[in-house]
Design a protein around this ligand. Structure first.
Ligand SMILES: *Cc1c(COP(=O)(O)O)cnc(C)c1O
Length: 400
C-alpha cells in the first residue's frame, strides 16, 4: 500500500463474485482476485460446495487420493507439452522443483531468467525479479547467498539478441531458460512475435531446457496457457493459481522422460506433506472441469477486450499504454508501450498511485502496484467493466 501512497491495507471480511467487503463494511469491485487464482470470482458456489464436501471426509491423508489423479489427468489433457505432472502447494515450490529437475536432467547449474519476471521466492530466482520485489524497489534480496545468485543469469525480456549472447557465453553450463511466456509480474507484457520461438531454438541448440512459468497464464490466456496460445512448447511447465481454485495448490510437469527422474521413480528428491491436498484438489477440479468449454475463454476474451478498449479510450491523449493478453490487462503510465522491465520501470508510479487512490475512493480495488495486472474473471460483467472505465475516465478528466 505504501507503493501507492497509503499507510494501511484494508482487511477483508468476505468476498462474493467480483466484490470484496472489508472489515469496516466497505464494498469494493475487485480486480486483484487474490492475484489471479479466482477465475470464477470469490466464494464461487461450485468451489465452496466441493471444498465443504471434501473437508467432511478429512483434510489431509499423506496418501494418494483419486482426486489427485483426476486433477493430474485434467492438466495433462489441457496443457499441450505436459505428459506427467507433480502436484505441490505453491508456485514457489513448483518453480524451485522444476529448476532442480532441469539441473538434474542436464547435469548443469546455471539458470537464465528475465528481468521483471517473477518465479516465486526461491533463493536463486529472486535476482531482478518482478512483482513485490519490483514494487518495493528491492534490487537484491538480503539473505540470498552470493554463490546461489551467481548461477542465475538475467536477460531483458523480449530481447532475443542479448539472450543469444548470454547463451553463447554460458550455454555449456546452462540448465534452463526460465520465462513467464506472457510476463505478468512487471505488468502485462506480451512476448513479441518470434521471442518464444527464439528461446525454443536457443535451448535446442545449447541443450538447455525451456521452462515456462505459467502460474498466471496457465488456464488464463487459453485453457492450455501461453503454450497453446502461441504454439511454442516448453520442456517443463510450472502451474499454480487457477489450478488450485483459490486453495494452496500448484504443479510442475512436462515430458515423461524428464518427470520420471523425480523420486520415487528416479532420484531427484521432491516431497510435500500437504501436496495434492484433498481440499485443494477438490477446489481445483471444481474449476478445471468447467474450463473444458471453449465458451469460457470466448467470454474472458470478450470481457478483457471491452476493458482494454474502454481503458484506452478513457486515457486517450495521455502518456499511457494499455496492454492485454486474454484475461490479463495492465494500464501503464508510459507512452509507446512496455516491452521489457526497463520500460516498465520507467512508468510514472506516482501517477499510478494517484489512480489507485481515486479508484479505491470510488469503491474499485486494483493492484496496489504498477507492476501487476487487472485479472478479468467470469464474475466480472459488463457493468463492472463499464463502472471501472468510467472511474478511470473521471480520474483523467479531474487531472486535465
Ligand atoms: C504467483 C507466481 C509465482 C509464485 O506462486 P506462489 O504460489 O505465490 O508461490 C510464481 N510464478 C509466477 C509467474 C507467479 O505469478
Amino acid at each position: 500500500m505504501r507503493a501507492v501512497g497509503l499507510d494501511e491495507p484494508f482487511f477483508v471480511r468476505r468476498g462474493r463474485g467480483a466484490y470484496l467487503e472489508d472489515a469496516e463494511g466497505n464494498h469494493y469491485l475487485d480486480w486483484v482476485l487474490s492475484w489471479g487464482p479466482l477465475l470464477f470470482g470469490h466464494a464461487d458456489r461450485e468451489t465452496v460446495d466441493a471444498v465443504r464436501a471434501a473437508a467432511a471426509d478429512g483434510t489431509s491423508f499423506g496418501a494418494p487420493t483419486e482426486r489427485e489423479v483426476e486433477l493430474a489427468a485434467e492438466i495433462v489433457a489441457a496443457v499441450p507439452s505436459v505428459e506427467q505432472v507433480r502436484l505441490v502447494s505453491s508456485g514457489t515450490e513448483a518453480a524451485m522443483s522444476a529448476v532442480r529437475l532441469a539441473r538434474a536432467a542436464t547435469r548443469r547449474d546455471r539458470v537464465l531468467k528475465f528481468a521483471g519476471c517473477y518465479h516465486g521466492h526461491a533463493d536463486g530466482l529472486l535476482v531482478d525479479a518482478g512483482s513485490g520485489i519490483a514494487t518495493l524497489g528491492i534490487p537484491a534480496t538480503p539473505g540470498v547467498p552470493t554463490a546461489v545468485a551467481a548461477d542465475t543469469l538475467v536477460s531483458p525480456f523480449n530481447d532475443l539478441d542479448m539472450t543469444a549472447e548470454a547463451v553463447a557465453a554460458y550455454g555449456e553450463g546452462l540448465a534452463c531458460i526460465l520465462v513467464e511466456p506472457v510476463a505478468g509480474n512487471m505488468g502485462v507484457v506480451p512476448p513479441e512475435p518470434g521471442f518464444l520461438e527464439g528461446l525454443r531454438r536457443l535451448c535446442d541448440a545449447s541443450g538447455a531446457l525451456l521452462v515456462f512459468d505459467e502460474v498466471i497464464s496457465g488456464f488464463r490466456v487459453a485453457r492450455g496457457g501461453a503454450q497453446e496460445r502461441y504454439g511454442v512448447l516448453p520442456d517443463l511447465t510450472i502451474l499454480g493459481k487457477i489450478i488450485g481454485g483459490g486453495l494452496p495448490l500448484a504443479a510442475f510437469g512436462g515430458r515423461t522422460d524428464l518427470m520420471s527422474l523425480l523420486a520415487p521413480a528416479g532420484d531427484v528428491y521432491q516431497a510435500g506433506t500437504l501436496s495434492g491436498n484433498p481440499l485443494a484438489t477438490a477446489a481445483g477440479l471444481a474449476v478445471l472441469h468447467r474450463l473444458r468449454d471453449g465458451a469460457v475463454y470466448d467470454e474472458l476474451e470478450r470481457t478483457g477486450a471491452r476493458l482494454e478498449s474502454g481503458l484506452r479510450d478513457a486515457a486517450a491523449g495521455r502518456p499511457v499504454s494499455v496492454q492485454r493478453v486474454g484475461a490479463m490487462v495492465t494500464l501503464f503510465f508510459r507512452a509507446g508501450g512496455v516491452r521489457d522491465f526497463t520500460e516498465a520501470s520507467a512508468c510514472d508510479t506516482e501517477r499510478y498511485g494517484a489512480l489507485f487512490r481515486h479508484l479505491l475512493a470510488a469503491g474499485i480495488y486494483v493492484a496496489p502496484s504498477q507492476f501487476e495486472a487487472l485479472f478479468v474473471s467470469l464474475a466480472h460483467d459488463d457493468a463492472a467493466v463499464d463502472r471501472t472505465v468510467e472511474a478511470v475516465a473521471s480520474f483523467f478528466e479531474a487531472v486535465a
